[in-house]
Design a protein. Structure first.
Length: 485
């Protein structure tokens, strides 16, 4: 979670001899010419506070939500083929994990959030009960879910159903464990259409992501589609009838274990691009949206460097935005915007962009996605990922951070930046047990350690060293800083 506070910082150069200045106005002489009065400089800034639960035990429950509609065969095959990379990366640091698989189909009684299982395979794949190869084989079998599912993909609703008491006490019993981090990973080439029963009847699925101001049209002829239930009227979009994403955010944040503790949640996804970014020519280390001012007008405006995207998503202001993806391997006309909004709710800021990957990628891209997602899970046990990059002291390159541990009983414990020692290092194992090797290859003592953003890699993050890690167990961290612009 992230909080923002607007504030003002006032700074000035040395200002002296005010009494003489007053005299100069009265008697026509000046003084202190060597120290001229300087104008006060007022800097407005936004202060950010990231609030993160500290994950204690290294155990994780992973829910794969896989689209089983008729366009997903190739994507399912690439997912199964590259799951090996996911597990190999994950078990480097985490061995106590559970994996469950559900579909996006909320119309079939075989779906609706129920964990899927092939014959002779447990529906909950437990890492402690199987060899690594058995885990891989079980995932491949359980994720062979076919492509006969509903064309109204309701990934968010299926997730909620899977994690609700009705199924956790019956069909999905045993999936959520006390003390385990919950990871939800969506795999879909369409936008979420979780409507909570408000979309009745069978229209073209495009109504799910089209606003009510737009008339649905045939792709080839551009002719209006008539409402099958009111033939004299054009069919309009029904995006306004979808269940708000905030409802699913609140649901996940409200999940408690048997001791009443909140769960740590991480959301990621292989989805249609929720946005299209290019390198900013003015600042090569940053990216900006490709969207032209005022919105896009054609698919060509949204494509870059050989990557093809669509100009089709209409935002709430009526502006067309670039997104989705198209390749020789797959086609996702729509942005996975609702999935992306859920990702952002649990990993705000630019860090959220490390948690989605284009569904249109080839086999190598799926491998990269699986490795990245597994790495992000592991990182949550070792690091607190910041939503933005903090401003740094220009002399020391240290960040301006204020870190406070909120213990389980609600008491607050401020902690300082971990001091450097004289010992050099290349890895944590080079330091005294429990202490860390910082980004400058120096062992540190007790406190927090900052690791800067790596362009194209990890987002800015901190880690607790020595006794600070012990103090934080079972609690939360409040990390306050002024982000870079």
């Amino acid at each position: 979670m992230r909080k923002q506070r607007n504030a003002t910082r006032v700074s000035s150069r040395r200002i002296i001899c005010i009494p003489l200045l007053i005299l100069s106005l009265s008697f026509g002489f000046t003084a202190c010419n060597d120290y001229p009065i300087q104008r006060l400089q007022v800097n407005n800034y936004t202060e950010v506070t990231d609030i993160v639960n500290v994950v204690g035990e290294r155990k994780v429950d992973i829910l794969f939500v896989i689209d089983n509609s008729d366009s997903m065969k190739e994507e399912q095959d690439k997912l199964k083929k590259n799951f090996t990379h996911f597990i190999n990366k994950l078990v480097d640091k985490i061995t106590d994990y559970q994996i469950g698989i559900i579909t996006t189909d909320m119309d079939s009684a075989l779906g609706q959030g129920r964990l899927q299982a092939a014959e002779g395979v447990p529906k909950i794949i437990r890492g402690l009960d199987m060899t690594r190869q058995q885990v891989i084989d079980a995932f491949v079998k359980n994720s062979t879910i076919g492509t006969g599912g509903s064309s109204y993909e309701q990934g968010l609703a299926a997730m909620k159903a899977a994690l609700s008491p009705a199924l956790l006490n019956t069909s999905n019993k045993g999936f959520l464990r006390d003390g385990a981090m919950l990871v939800v990973l969506f795999v879909s080439d369409e936008e979420d259409c979780s409507h909570g029963g408000r979309i009745k009847g069978r229209w073209v699925p495009d109504v799910c992501w089209t606003p009510p101001t737009e008339v649905m049209k045939y792709d080839r002829t551009d002719e209006p589609i008539k409402d099958p239930y009111n033939p004299d009227q054009d069919l309009h979009g029904k995006r306004h009838l979808l269940e708000p994403v905030d409802h699913y955010v609140d649901f996940l944040k409200g999940l408690k274990d048997t001791r009443g503790r909140s769960r740590t949640v991480l959301v990621s996804g292989l989805i249609g691009n929720p946005k299209v970014q290019i390198k900013d020519p003015a600042n090569p280390n940053t990216s900006r949206l490709i969207d032209p001012a005022g919105g896009c007008g054609s698919d060509a405006e949204c494509s870059t460097n050989g990557a093809q995207h669509y100009c089709g998503f209409i935002d709430d202001t009526g502006t067309k935005r670039c997104g989705g993806c198209r390749s020789d391997d797959a086609n996702a006309r729509q942005l996975g915007m609702r999935y992306y909004q859920l990702i952002q709710a649990f990993t705000p800021g630019v860090a959220a962009d490390l948690l989605w990957y284009p569904i249109c990628g080839n086999n190598d891209d799926f491998q990269s996605a699986m490795l990245r997602f597994a790495g992000q899970i592991s990182d949550r046990f070792d690091y607190v990922v910041l939503s933005k990059s903090p401003q740094l002291d220009t002399t020391t390159s240290n960040p301006y951070l204020s870190v406070t541990i909120i213990k389980q009983d609600g008491t607050k414990q401020p902690i300082s930046q971990a001091p450097d020692t004289e010992k050099r290092c290349t890895r944590n194992e080079d330091c005294t047990e429990g202490y860390l090797c910082n980004a400058r290859s120096v062992c540190v003592g007790d406190g927090w350690v900052y690791y800067p953003t790596i362009v194209g890699g990890s987002q800015a993050r901190i880690r607790l060293s020595g006794t600070a890690r012990e103090l934080s167990a079972g609690g939360a961290l409040h990390v306050t800083y002024v982000p870079t612009k």
